[in-house]
Ligand binder design. Structure first.
Ligand code: MN
Ligand code: MN
Length: 453
């Protein structure tokens, strides 16, 4: 515990870690938004024998041990499960992560012209350092829902033939008077065009952009019923001269989601039913129909029980309270460039394996879900028996700040839950950094958890 993974890594195991991260880099490149994460995960699930729960219900089929199913909530949250041979009252083995990431969202009436430039107005989503999103190439990802019921999927800025868009920043020469806020939310406006439509009567540059959008089937008023997210343009890349790390967008929390998806694929007729939970809206407090606070999780487990054995409300309650969960979310890695908010003795380091956080919150553990030591002891045995490299962590100094995850929401069911995930450098920045060995150790931990808890 708390030592470098490389102390006990063979060349062969390091190669396995690097190979695993090839799939991971592709996943986060293709899945920059929650909707794209669902699309990519469905592909993985269906290629590995998982069947849509809605199809099973529609065909009046039943479930039995070994069956693999998935359920989708509004294209933005998802549950995958492999049915175990134990009764549901034994509880579930759950690994839950979130697939939303900090970004800029387009407003409902975003398009305007200013000083012969066409702009898009945004409202940022989640905790960002606003200055990091200026003067960098950005892309648009999302859906436009038309009044006729059709949906136009949009991805612009990723392919070579696409242009990128972005937010301009002031030159240093004209910013002698330093502002404390650096960039404000209302200043995060995307520049998307500068050629006028000569035939237009007013706002000629905006009119030209509207012509271009029309070719893609989008009218100005369609933005009202659209969900368009502005994310960094480009692929996830190897990072470092030794290629030991990954730099990519949205690693919080897809760096935990991907290993949990891949680990579940290895579960073949487990004892307890194994569940992989992928939720939306964690970055804004887990609220809303697709966040962890939604009834989707509970309703889906009720469906799964009723399709497998005799359903009763009490079975569901006992099932949930007897469940064990890893709330799989990232933690802050110690940053040698910015050491002030960290405590070197108690925080996570890149390259020391999966990080377990007994409690989040800050300043007297406010808002924390504090994991029980009885449960942690069970996990310690699992980790040591399976030679997993792991570390204990807090999230920075006691009074430095802190963060939240979905752990406390699952703890409401009276189940054992602890945060466990990959340490991240530059968390919530457009490009986040992780270590490949930490990602692989997290996968190995999740695999052991599904098979043995
Ligand atoms: Mn997170
Ligand atoms: Mn986050």
């Amino acid at each position: 515990m708390n030592k470098s993974v490389y102390e006990n890594y063979s060349d062969e195991k390091l190669k396995q870690a690097f190979d695993f991260c090839e799939g991971y880099k592709k996943f986060i490149t293709d899945a920059k938004t929650e909707r794209e994460a669902i699309i990519e995960t469905i592909k993985i699930a269906e290629n590995n024998g998982f069947v849509n729960l809605a199809t099973i219900i529609a065909n009046n089929k039943k479930l039995k041990p070994g069956d693999r199913i998935y359920a989708i909530n509004m294209d933005k949250a998802m549950i995958m499960a492999v049915i175990g041979d134990a009764p549901f009252t034994a509880g579930l083995n759950i690994i839950g992560s979130h697939i939303d990431s900090p970004r800029l969202d387009l407003k409902a009436t975003p398009l305007y012209e200013d000083s012969e430039l066409c702009m898009l107005d945004t409202h940022y989503y989640g905790g960002i350092k606003k200055y990091q999103w200026t003067a960098t190439p950005l892309a648009l990802h999302g859906v436009v829902c038309k009044k006729d019921g059709t949906k136009v999927r949009l991805s612009y800025g990723e392919n070579e033939e696409d242009a990128v868009i972005g937010i301009s920043d002031l030159l240093p020469h004209l910013e002698r008077e330093k502002r404390t806020d650096v960039v404000t939310g209302e200043e995060l406006n995307l520049l998307i065009g500068s050629i006028p439509d000569k035939d237009a009567k007013k706002d000629k540059v905006k009119a030209n952009i509207l012509n271009i959008l029309k070719e893609k089937g989008i009218e100005e008023e369609d933005f009202f019923s659209a969900e368009i997210e502005v994310v960094p343009a480009g692929k996830a890349r190897d990072f470092g001269l030794d290629k030991s790390m990954v730099m990519g967008y949205g690693q919080d929390d897809k760096v935990c989601a991907y290993p949990s998806i891949m680990a579940l694929l290895n579960a073949n007729t487990p004892h307890k039913t194994c569940v992989c939970l992928l939720v939306d809206k964690e970055e804004i407090g887990s609220v809303g129909a697709t966040g962890m606070e939604s009834m989707f999780f509970e309703n889906t487990i009720a469906d799964i029980i009723s399709l497998t054995e005799n359903y009763s409300d009490l079975t569901l309650r006992h099932c949930l309270s007897n469940s064990k969960m890893l709330s799989s979310d990232v933690t802050a890695a110690y940053d040698p460039n910015r050491p002030t908010p960290f405590n070197k003795n108690t925080d996570a380091f890149l390259g020391r394996g999966i990080a377990f956080c007994k409690y989040t919150g800050s300043r007297g553990k406010s808002g924390a879900s504090d994991a029980n030591p009885e449960y942690i002891a069970v996990l310690r045995k699992l980790l040591d028996d399976n030679n997993i490299n792991y570390q204990a962590t807090e999230m920075g100094k006691v009074e430095a700040g802190g963060g939240g995850t979905i752990a406390y929401i699952m703890a409401k069911y009276d189940m054992d839950v602890i945060d466990a995930g990959v340490p991240v450098l530059s968390m919530h920045a457009p490009w986040e950094i992780t270590a490949k060995v930490d990602i692989y150790e997290t996968y190995l931990c999740y695999d052991a958890f599904y098979k043995n808890i």
